[in-house]
Design a protein around this ligand. Structure first.
Ligand code: C2E
Ligand code: MG
Ligand code: MG
Ligand code: MG
Length: 287
């Protein structure tokens, strides 16, 4: 008898939590359809040339009651639901529109979008990209994909094929949060990516933790041996940038350079940005 009661309690609880999940997914769907999603853009700079090279598109939800929400507040819910496909499509479409606007304004920027595992695994992922070619001529060359290292490792053969197909369309790829997924050399060789993004957890600690400095140095050496570019994420201070430059890191991104911002602020930000003096750009360019 007790067992039976227990069961019904569990059922009720499970029902309640799946209903709340259902409600939250429905609300998220409404946010997408109702135009509450936004893309913010965070600059990436070339540390040797002292130049802005691109922007990473980062998803935000302008929630009418709760304010501006970051992806960690709502993406985990949809990550294993098909809604992530529609959100991903919206992200790519919106980024392409933005690329077209920036191109028209004479801004030469690479724009990267983060791609979820479920999105990448869809058979029609590259077909959809190809479908954007007509509406946005010359824009795909400015689009890049950021794929989590851990996602790429889930099915390396498939990931390699998708990256290859995208490359044929002019869309390059990078491995995001690199260093968290334990990629082996053999794996790395099979993925035709252009860039490794060193995870911010390693970057943040380079100044106080020698082992993290060694990891970052190792990743940069590894990347360059494979003719890949390296970008450090989470560059929070000028001192981080200086240290990374010494380690021969190519690109930097982080709050120390700029926080993610609405697209409308990007042109002004680019105009006023100067590389920190400590990067010693003139001296570097003259060698
Ligand atoms: P990510 O792709 O690794 O992006 C970097 C995250 O670190 C962003 O957080 C960014 O705002 C933050 N960040 C940048 N510089 C610094 C810094 O100097 N210090 C610190 N502490 N943080 C910094 P955000 O925007 O909250 O995004 C979190 C994650 O959500 C992203 O990590 C990405 O994996 C995912 N994400 C964002 N947009 C999308 C999207 O459109 N689609 C998908 N599938 N995932 C997305
Ligand atoms: Mg990213
Ligand atoms: Mg990252
Ligand atoms: Mg991350």
């Amino acid at each position: 008898l007790g067992g039976k009661n227990m069961l019904s309690i569990f059922d009720a609880e499970e029902d309640r939590s799946s209903r709340s999940r259902h409600d939250r997914l429905a609300r998220m769907r409404q946010a997408l359809d109702g135009g509450e999603l936004r893309l913010f853009y965070q600059p990436k700079v070339d540390m040797r040339q002292g130049r802005v090279t691109g922007m990473e598109a980062l998803l935000r939800w302008q929630h009418p009651e709760r304010g501006l929400l970051g992806p960690l507040d709502f993406l985990p819910l949809v990550d294993n639901d098909d809604l992530i496909i529609d959100i991903g499509d919206w992200v790519i479409h919106t980024a392409m529109q933005q690329i077209a606007l920036w191109n028209a304004a004479g801004l030469d920027l690479q724009v990267s979008v983060n791609v979820a595992a479920r999105q990448l695994q869809r058979a029609d992922f590259t077909d959809k990209l190809r479908g954007l070619q007509a509406a946005y001529p010359h824009c795909l060359q400015h689009l890049e994909l950021e794929i989590l290292e851990t996602t790429a490792l889930e099915d390396i053969v498939k990931t390699a094929r998708v990256i290859e197909e995208c490359l044929a369309l002019g869309v390059g790829s990078s491995l995001d949060d690199f260093g968290t997924g334990y990629s082996s050399l053999t794996y790395l060789r099979r993925l035709p990516v252009k860039t490794l993004k060193i995870d911010q957890s390693f970057v943040r600690e380079i100044l106080n933790d020698p082992s993290n400095l060694l990891i970052v140095q190792g990743v940069i050496g590894l990347a360059h041996a494979f003719q890949l570019q390296v970008i450090a994420e989470g560059v929070e201070t000028e001192e981080h940038g200086r240290q990374l430059l010494q380690l021969k890191c190519d690109h930097a991104q982080g709050y120390g350079i700029a926080r993610p911002m609405p697209a409308a602020q990007v042109p002004d930000w680019i105009h006023q940005w100067r590389p920190p003096l400590s990067w010693n750009i003139d001296a570097q360019l003259s060698v």
